[in-house]
Structure formats: structure tokens, C-alpha cells
Design a protein around this ligand. Structure first.
Ligand code: TXA
Ligand code: MG
Length: 342
């Protein structure tokens, strides 16, 4: 398939109409959001849904997020919007918070991996909002990466993974946040955090004035709440070794590992504060330990750099305890082949 590449910013009316046509004929459009790029298709069209799973190579039991451009679109998708959900929508929509609701009968089980709930997000990116509003249907849009690969935060990433597999790629430049949205299940009595992100559990609890359940399934969990959690994620082709613990431990253990490595082409991803204490190595700077926004924004770019540089072993380390750093760690633990903890 020859893929249409759209680089104009802002989008013209003519382009929006062209994208509208592509969406309504059941084809796919990759578009930017403030979190990561999404691969979108008409959520009400079974053929478009099937094409999304095929283009990504995604297992069919891993449900898709629906993207809307105004709250009115919600009534055709979900059964009920609780007071908790309403309060969160007032504070965080549009933005990087995905809410999981009981779905309407009419929403295809193919979209939800057979679940009776549906995930909905109202992105805060002008191009995403214009594309969805013009199409005037919810767009199913998982992250625009091949299944198992790091998410896409630069246009080069979506080009590499999806050129030739979708009808159009829309270039919106680098993603501002770089980490996928927080996923919160509001379909039951007590909200459950399914995937951490820029909107933290604390921020949610402050709005709701009550505790939520912060379940973060680990690799060992048998029945993850967010079906996507059980799959291999974000992994570069080389072996990722993640060192975590007090800073002095990380520096010492990483230094040993660098000196003793038998890798053909070792790489280290490290924050400035740690990098300056390591022996000579091929270093990919990550940012400052005290600047979690930059660490979140660069994570997937760095993981993709590992394949570009043909690194067969990758050494990386833990971050601080603030919620955003820990959301980054949630992704990094999934990307790691080995975790060395103190
Ligand atoms: O920031 C984002 O959320 C990006 C951009 C493109 O909007 N999208 C994204 O989609 O990250 P995806 O498909 O890569 O991740 C969606 C996550 C998966 O872990 C999936 O299992 C979970 O949300 N999910 C979707 N529907 C669900 C449901 N009904 N119940 C529980 N988890 C659900
Ligand atoms: Mg994804």
C-alpha cells in the first residue's frame, strides 16, 4: 500500500475532509496525540477494527481505546457515567486520562477483546481533536507501533513501523508527554488504576476525595486487569538489564556490568547524574534524574535508539519515587529482560 504522508501544520480543511473520507471508507490514519502517536480507524466499523489488529500484529484479546473529540460522543458508547467519572472528566479531559466504562450493547466485542467494558479517551492535541471531530465518529486508536515494540513518540517511529501498512500518516512532530495515558476503570464502585501515566493516583484521589485501587499487575500476575499488561512490551532487540535501588548501588553495579560485559555492542541509557560516574561506554543521555517530564518524553526514543544502533546489550537504571518517574519505571520493567535490584 502506498501511504499518504501529511506534513502540514495546522491541517487544512481540504486535508481534514480527505482524512474524513479515508476513515469512513474503513481505512486507517496514524495521527499524533499529546501522549504517543495513535493508529486510528472508525470504531463503529468492524473492517476498520480488523485492519488495526492486522497492521499492528496485535493479539485480538487486547482491547482498543476509543478516542472522542467532545463529551457528547460518550452517550453512544457507554452505558452509564458515574459521578466519579464526571468529576474526573471535568478536571482531566481533554487530556492523558483514559476511563473504562460499561459498554453499550452496540459497541463491538471485537473492539473490547470480548470484555463488557470499553476504554475511552479525549485527547488534548489539536490535530487529533480536529481529525476526530471532522470524522464525527469515535476512533479506535491503540499506540502506533508494531505489537511488542516501543510506542511512537516521533514521526520517524511511525514511519518505520507503519509506512505501507496504513492509508495515511499525519506528522505532528514529537509527542509532548511521551508516555501513554493513565488508564482508570470507573465501571465499578471503586475506581481501579490499570495503567499509570502522567495523571497520577494522587491527582485522581485528590479530585475524588477518596482512595482508589492502584493495581499494577506485574509480569508474574496471572490475570492482569488491563489485558494489554500481559504481553511483552516495548522491548528492543538487545538484552535489557535494568539496575534498580539506591543511587550508589546502581552506579557500582552498572560500572561492574560495563567492565565485565561480553557484549559485541553495549549501550548504556543513563541520567546525567549517574552517567558522569560511570566508566567509558557508549552512552545515550536520558536527561536529569530530577526532570521526570524529560525522562518520560525520551523513554521510547531511547529504547528505539537501541535497535538503530544495533546494540545487543543495554544497561539502564531505576528512577526516583515521584509518580511520573514510577510510571516510566512501569514501562521500563516491561522492557527489561533482567532486573537487578537492591
Ligand atoms: O495514550 C494512549 O492511551 C495512547 C494514545 C494513542 O491515545 N493509546 C494507547 O493505546 O496507549 P494501547 O492500545 O496501546 O493501550 C491501551 C491499553 C491496553 O493496555 C489495553 O489492554 C487497555 O488499555 N484497555 C483497553 N480497553 C480496556 C478495557 N475495556 N478494560 C481494561 N483495559 C483496557
Ligand atoms: Mg500500546
Amino acid at each position: 500500500m502506498k501511504t499518504l504522508i501529511i506534513k502540514e501544520q495546522p491541517l487544512t480543511e481540504e486535508t481534514l475532509q480527505r482524512l474524513n473520507q479515508i476513515i469512513h471508507q474503513g481505512d486507517l490514519v496514524v495521527f499524533p496525540t499529546e501522549t504517543v502517536y495513535g493508529i486510528g480507524g472508525n470504531a463503529l466499523d468492524e473492517h476498520a477494527i480488523a485492519k488495526i489488529y492486522a497492521a499492528k500484529g496485535r493479539p485480538s484479546d487486547n482491547p482498543l481505546i476509543l478516542h472522542i473529540a467532545h463529551e457528547d460522543m460518550l452517550s453512544s458508547i457507554v452505558e452509564d457515567v458515574s459521578e466519579d467519572a464526571k468529576a474526573l472528566m471535568r478536571c482531566f479531559w481533554p487530556g492523558p486520562l483514559t476511563l473504562v466504562f460499561k459498554k453499550k450493547e452496540s459497541i463491538s466485542p471485537r473492539l473490547t477483546g470480548g470484555l463488557d467494558t470499553v476504554a475511552v479517551r479525549f485527547p488534548n492535541h489539536p490535530m487529533a481533536r480536529q481529525i476526530i471531530a471532522t470524522a464525527n465518529v469515535p476512533l479506535a486508536a491503540p499506540s502506533a507501533n508494531l505489537s511488542g515494540r516501543p510506542s511512537s513518540t516521533l514521526f520517524e517511529h511511525v514511519y518505520e513501523d507503519l509506512y505501507g501498512k496504513v492509508f495515511a500518516l499525519v506528522d505532528g512532530g514529537p509527542s509532548t508527554l511521551g508516555l501513554e495515558s493513565t488508564v482508570l476503570d470507573v465501571s465499578g464502585d471503586v475506581p481501579v488504576l490499570l495503567r499509570p501515566g502522567s495523571i497520577s493516583a494522587d491527582m485522581i484521589e485528590t479530585v475524588l476525595q477518596k482512595p482508589i485501587i492502584a493495581s499494577q499487575p506485574t509480569k508474574a500476575d496471572d490475570v492482569p486487569k488491563a489485558p494489554g499488561m500481559k504481553y511483552q512490551h516495548y522491548q528492543p532487540r538487545g538484552t535489557v538489564k535494568l539496575f534498580d535501588g539506591p543511587e550508589s548501588f546502581m552506579v557500582q553495579a552498572m560500572s561492574e556490568a560495563i567492565k565485565q560485559s561480553k557484549a559485541r555492542n553495549l549501550a548504556v541509557i543513563a541520567v546525567d547524574e549517574i552517567a558522569s560516574l560511570l566508566p567509558a561506554c557508549t552512552l545515550y543521555p536520558w536527561g536529569s534524574l530530577y526532570d521526570p517530564e524529560t525522562l518520560a518524553k525520551r523513554l521510547y526514543e531511547r529504547l528505539r535508539n537501541m535497535d538503530e544502533g544495533h546494540h545487543d546489550e543495554i544497561i539502564v537504571h531505576g528512577l526516583l519515587e515521584d509518580p511520573l518517574s514510577q510510571a516510566v519505571m512501569n514501562r521500563l520493567e516491561k522492557a527489561a529482560h533482567e532486573i537487578i535490584k537492591k
